[in-house]
Every structure is written in C-alpha cells, then in structure tokens.
Design a protein around this ligand. Structure first.
Ligand SMILES: NC(=O)C1=CN([C@@H]2O[C@H](COP(=O)(O)OP(=O)(O)OC[C@H]3O[C@@H](n4cnc5c(N)ncnc54)[C@H](OP(=O)(O)O)[C@@H]3O)[C@@H](O)[C@H]2O)C=CC1
Ligand SMILES: [Mg+2]
Length: 340
C-alpha cells in the first residue's frame, strides 16, 4: 500500500513573495516562456498541475469543494521515484501561466504511469475535463483548460508536417521546432464566432443532435480562412438558420477546449423583426427557434435539469455559466428586462 506524500499541497501562507504589478508579471512570464534557463529555474519553485491522459487531478476538500492541487517539483519528483520512474521526467512540464506572486504554473501529464497509484499518493482523482469544468470555481476552470490544451497540442505535434521529422520543444513548451526544415510551430486555436440573435423581443437558440436532450445554445461556427469575424457571423447565421443579420455587437471571448482548442468570439446580433422566418439547416442543427424572455429566464435558473428515468433532461435548459453562450443569454435577458 502506497503512503500518501506528506507535503503535497502548499498552503497559502507558504507563498512569501509579494505580488507585483501586472506589467512586471507579464514580463516575468514572457522571460520564462522565451528563455530555457529562466524556465528551468522557475520550474524549481513553481506549481505543477497533474493530468492523466489529459484528465486533470482534482482534490475534494473536507467541506466537499473541489480544488486543483498545486504540487511542487520536489513533490512530483518524489511521486515519480516512488513509482519507479525517472524523476527527470518532471522537466517535461509545460508552462501555463504565473500567479500574482510571480510563481510559474505548469501542467504535466503522467499518462504513462498507473492512474490509481498516482491518485493514491496525491489523495486526489483524475477527472474528465468536462466534469472538472463543472466542479471547479473561478479562475481554476480556465487555467485547467489551458493546461490541457497545451499538453494536447504537444502530444499531437511531435512531427513536422513538412519533413515528417520529429519536432523539439523549448523548455517552456511555448513552441516546437523542426531543426531539419527550420519551421517553428506554435500552439493553435481555431477562431469561432458565437452569436445570440435577437428580433427585439425574442432570441434565437439552436441545438445539435449531439447536445444533451433539451439543451439549446447560441449559434456558433468556425471562421473560414480569410474571413473577418463579422463575415463569418453573417455567413453562419445565413447557412444555419436562413436569416440575414442587421447589426452586430461584440460581447467577449473565451478559450474553449472542447473538442480541440477554439477561440470563441461572442457577439449579440439583430435581425429585422419583420424577417424572422427560420429555415434550419438540418445537417448542422437538429432544431433552432425563437424563445421568449420568460422562457429564457426560466432556463437560466436551472442549475441541473430534472431528468427522466433514463437520465435524460426533461425541460428546456441552456449551457452552464462557464460557457460563453450562457453569458450571452444572460446579457440578453438583462437587457430585455431593462427595456420592459
Ligand atoms: N463555449 C460555448 O459557449 C460554446 C462553444 N461551442 C463550440 O463552438 C465550436 C463550433 O461550433 P459548431 O456549431 O460545431 O461549428 P460549425 O457550425 O462551424 O460546424 C461544425 C462543423 O465544422 C467542421 N469543423 C470542425 N472543426 C473545424 C475547424 N477547426 N475549422 C473549420 N471547420 C471545422 C466540422 O466538420 P466535420 O465534423 O465534418 O469535420 C463540423 O461539422 C464547437 O467546438 C463547439 O464546442 C458551441 C456552442 C457554445
Ligand atoms: Mg454551428
């Protein structure tokens, strides 16, 4: 039976360095991103988040709250040694970000090691990212998504697409280089527009057949190469629901890790209230329709939809608060409420 490690989770009081300004933090982060030596030094005092085959390690506190345990390099080295692995493997950690105290944050995938043994040592559980997103609070959800996205990118970009030769990463993992062709590869996101369409009184939501039953969301689509965001938005709405957009207002953006990294650009848009006939592209969407403010307000209150005996939701509901679609819907409802 493996004994859990004694010091795995560093309490806040052990963080001694005072927080600097945003500018000095970003400059520090950039330095460790670019300079291998600085990154190696940062790893010695930084925080490491563990993943197993891209599922992040979470820990449930005594009060039932899920947290992202931040391990230190020596903790991870100890785990690797206890499980008969080379402790030098910890140097494969990928830089994600840094804290307000200028401590570097890394992600490290222990997918080659037996999952249960690591969980026992860490007193935590590796949880699928979709579930982890539900369980984590505040800034931990985007952090864990970013860590996973970087690990995934490294795991799938080991070879140069031009020469077929292996690519080599820098210490931070901010890039990979093919020394044969000289090509440098950087982690990628695909731009996506997501739009909440309104006719002044109602908003348009749609669902794909793969969505959980009863869930409707704002319409979304990948940008084509060469398109502006506005062009992509107008095209997607025309393609998916046969409507012509009249005006567009930017709302915000989000990195979305499912199924691969997308850069979601969220907007509100309007159509002419006299031209609201929806013609759904059934290849893309199972359904799309106009919803009233009352229907939307009700859906926004549902945290976990009621389910039938097959476990399927039985009511109309919208994506959870961590999805930018939820924010768009919430903003629209607030705006309508102010108008009335
Ligand atoms: N965060 C949020 O609130 C929300 C996020 N989303 C995300 O937005 C994304 C896009 O929405 P979706 O409606 O599916 O997009 P689209 O309407 O563009 O349709 C998806 C189609 O685009 C193709 N495709 C897949 N990846 C790419 C790519 N990188 N570039 C161009 N085309 C691609 C796929 O074709 P094929 O499968 O045939 O290869 C797929 O059939 C999804 O990843 C979804 O998870 C959606 C709604 C809410
Ligand atoms: Mg779509």
């Amino acid at each position: 039976m493996l004994q859990p490690l004694r010091i795995l989770f560093r309490p806040k009081w052990m963080v001694s360095r005072s927080s600097g300004s945003y500018v000095s933090r970003m400059r520090h982060l950039n330095k460790i991103k670019e300079e291998d030596e600085a990154c190696r030094a940062a790893l010695q005092s930084g925080n490491i988040f563990l993943y197993h085959k891209l599922a992040p390690l979470l820990r449930r506190t005594d009060s039932g709250i899920y947290q992202l345990p931040a391990l230190q390099t020596k903790d991870v080295e100890e785990i690797l040694e206890k499980l008969g692995e080379d402790k030098e493997m910890v140097k494969e950690s990928i830089l994600i970000n840094c804290t307000e105290q200028n401590e570097a944050q890394f992600s490290f995938d222990v997918g080659a090691i037996e999952q249960a043994a690591v969980e026992e040592l860490c007193r935590g559980t590796f949880v699928d990212l979709r579930k982890a997103f539900f369980l984590l609070r505040g800034s931990e959800a985007p952090l864990v998504a970013r860590g996973q996205a970087l690990l995934r990118w490294h795991q799938t970009n080991g070879f140069c697409s031009s020469t077929g030769q292996p690519t080599q990463r820098n210490q931070s993992g901010s890039q990979r280089v093919c020394h044969s062709s000289g090509i440098t590869y950087y982690p990628k996101m695909s731009p996506v527009v997501i739009v909440l369409l309104s006719d002044g009184k109602r908003c348009l939501l749609g669902r794909q057949s793969t969505f959980p039953r009863g869930m409707y969301s704002a319409l979304a689509g990948f940008c084509d190469i060469g398109e502006t965001m506005e062009e992509a938005l107008r095209r997607e709405i025309a393609e998916e629901v046969g409507l012509e957009v009249e005006s567009i207002q930017y709302s915000g953006s989000q990195h979305w890790p499912f199924p691969q990294s997308s850069f979601m650009v969220a907007c509100h848009a309007t159509v002419n209230p006299d031209k609201t006939h929806v013609s759904v592209d059934k290849v893309e969407l199972e359904d799309a329709r106009w919803f009233s403010l009352e229907e939307v307000q009700e859906a926004l209150t549902i945290k976990a939809p009621p389910r039938n005996n097959k476990g399927e939701p039985t009511v109309f509901w919208v994506p959870p608060s961590y999805a930018i679609a939820n924010r768009l819907i919430q903003e629209w409802a607030n705006q309508q409420h102010l108008k009335s």
